[in-house]
Design a protein around this ligand. Sequence first.
Ligand code: RB5
Length: 143
Amino acid sequence: MIALGCDHGGYALMQEVKKHLDERKVAYKDCGTFSEEACDYPVYAKKVVKCILDGECENGILICGTGIGISITANRFKGIRAALCGDCFSAAACRQHNDANILAMGGRVTGPGLACRIVDAFLDTPFSEAERHKRRIAEIDEA
Ligand code: RB5
């Protein structure tokens, strides 16, 4: 199950992403926002983070206007690795190398066609399980 969250700046692109996930028959939990009315991205970032840290969802997709505020918020939480991606190479690499558990995108930056390909690269790429990557990920949380 994928947790989805966006603010008003990401709402339109999230509707496209949801259509794509429906076509792929990928299950998701939509944490909102549910309209283009202005709202605060940290609220939705935190809802998605909670779903992942509680184990309800395996990973998440967050979209705000740029993807910046919503990914900064998510990355404040230990165990969350949110990757802001605007290309497929980065979306695959963040899974392979960083075991990213949240894909962040910018609704005012990335068009729907590319965004859906980025989602595919994120969902279809496994973590490499290489020791060097595991070590580096563990080092992220070290003081
Ligand atoms: C909202 O206008 C915008 O600031 C927000 O969507 C996001 O881009 C913040 O990083």
